[in-house]
Write a protein that binds this ligand. Structure first.
Ligand code: NAD
Ligand code: 44H
Length: 387
């Protein structure tokens, strides 16, 4: 089996590429970072440090690399069996026209073998959104053929992989936590579902996507924003601060009650899931900066993302939301001149006021009672009358 993976970054090398390669699949990475691609194409292998109480270094072998803007990519798409991505949600629309060209080439070459596409991004049904972008660039007469021969498989991915500095200066070396979870929607594959150790097919993906995004990522983001607010640089140090931990746990419990009601999760198991996540944030073997986890605050304040979607759920199911509201206000308080979206957020708040800025970003109606509460907490934080 052959796979083309877009994005040779942390998750690409440290998680998805590794699982595929471990399963005996020939993986080619496509990336815009020429230095990384050259290194992969020259060495055909790289080390992954799996760190925890028992740390190991594993070598991912038999991999290749190509520049994602080269024409060669089209040939790959025309022939591979699996196409995966871990590029970031904002990049999917950018690479969609290339995928469409590859599909056209696949069709024109008479390749009717199944191809499955899986976007491994922190998004709700990211592959389905990717499909829409790909279809915008496909001629109408090819759409039916594409629906028959190509599976667009949604997934949930969970493994904390921050950028790490290699002691030997190896630009391909990546450091990952021991935990990993890759869940895919078994109902969306075309052809036989490949057996890949560590990839779990399920028939109720939405429950898994929301459980992960609205627990781990909700808690992670709030840890990052409250950490930043308190001048703390790493997720571990932030979550070890008792005041922050209380709010983060509280926010995960609030979103948890929504999830329990929505998906009928077992309450005890869900609370254990939250505790496990808190211990993962504390991982002493990883250095994860609050700036990485807080990156792109406008995306994170979006209607379908980790802060607003669970907050709206608390109204739907009539559960408490004090801590989620603090998380949202902390996100609005995030300032980082190295983060394009943080700069844009600050500008929007300065120009329009926090209320208007928040409503524009989150899609929440200005008359919704949430808005006033968020504004109150935001202002208290601005006046340093907060944790
Ligand atoms: N790092 C984590 O802990 C983690 C865990 C789960 C999910 N994710 C998700 O995985 C995705 C990737 O995150 P990451 O942390 O690996 O980011 P990253 O920045 O380390 O990797 C992204 C890679 O995509 C490449 N890229 C950018 N534009 C491209 C293009 N046009 N074509 C090909 N490659 C391109 C970049 O050069 C980079 O190598 C995100 O959606 C993130 O939310 C990350
Ligand atoms: O990648 P983002 O920006 O959507 O979110 C930042 C982190 O919360 C995220 O990368 C986690 O580390 C990851 O989702 C763990 O599985």
């Amino acid at each position: 089996m052959q796979a083309l993976h877009f994005g040779a970054g942390n998750i690409g090398r440290g998680f998805i590429g590794k699982l595929l390669s471990d399963a005996g699949i020939q993986v080619t990475f496509a990336d815009v970072n020429q230095e990384i691609i050259d290194a992969i194409a020259t060495r055909h292998e790289y080390p992954v440090n799996v760190v925890g109480e028992q740390s190991t270094t594993e070598i991912v072998k038999n991999v290749d690399g190509i520049n994602s803007t080269s024409n060669e990519v089209i040939d790959y798409i025309a022939s591979v069996d699996l196409l995966t991505t871990a590029v970031g949600p904002q990049i999917l629309a950018r690479i969609a026209p290339t995928i469409a060209q590859g599909i056209i080439a696949r069709h024109n070459r008479g390749n009717s073998k199944p191809l499955n596409i899986i976007a491994c991004e922190n998004m709700v049904r990211g592959t389905s959104q990717f499909k829409q972008e790909i279809f915008k660039a496909l001629p109408e007469e090819l759409q039916q053929w594409t629906n028959t021969h190509i599976g667009f498989v949604d997934s949930a991915v969970d493994r904390i992989v921050p950028p790490a500095t290699s002691k030997t200066g190896d630009i391909l070396e990546v450091t990952v936590e021991t935990f990993s979870e890759w869940i895919v929607d078994e109902t969306q594959f075309v052809g036989i579902i490949p057996t890949i150790k560590g990839m779990q097919p399920v028939d109720n993906l939405m429950a898994f996507v929301e459980r992960k995004l609205f627990t781990l990522n909700t808690g992670h983001a709030i840890t990052a924003y409250l950490g930043f607010y308190n001048g703390i640089g790493t997720i571990r140090d932030a979550i070890l601060d008792e005041r922050i931990r209380l709010i983060v746990r509280g926010a995960m419990e609030e979103s948890g009650l929504v999830l329990i009601k929505r998906y009928n999760f077992d309450e005890q198991k869900h609370m254990a899931y939250i505790e496990k996540i808190l211990s993962r944030f504390e991982n002493p073997y990883l250095q994860d900066d609050t700036a990485r986890v807080g990156r792109q605050p406008i995306r994170k304040l979006g209607a379908d993302d980790r802060l607003i979607k669970p907050l709206l759920g608390t109204f739907e199911y009539q559960v408490k939301n004090t801590n989620l509201l603090i998380g949202v206000a902390a996100a609005l308080n995030y300032r980082n001149n190295d983060d394009e979206q943080a700069v844009k957020l600050e500008k929007l708040i300065t120009e329009k006021g926090v209320k208007q800025a928040f409503c524009e970003i989150s899609g929440i109606d200005v008359n919704n009672s949430i808005v006033m509460k968020v504004e109150e907490i935001y202002t208290a934080m601005q006046d340093h009358q907060f944790v």
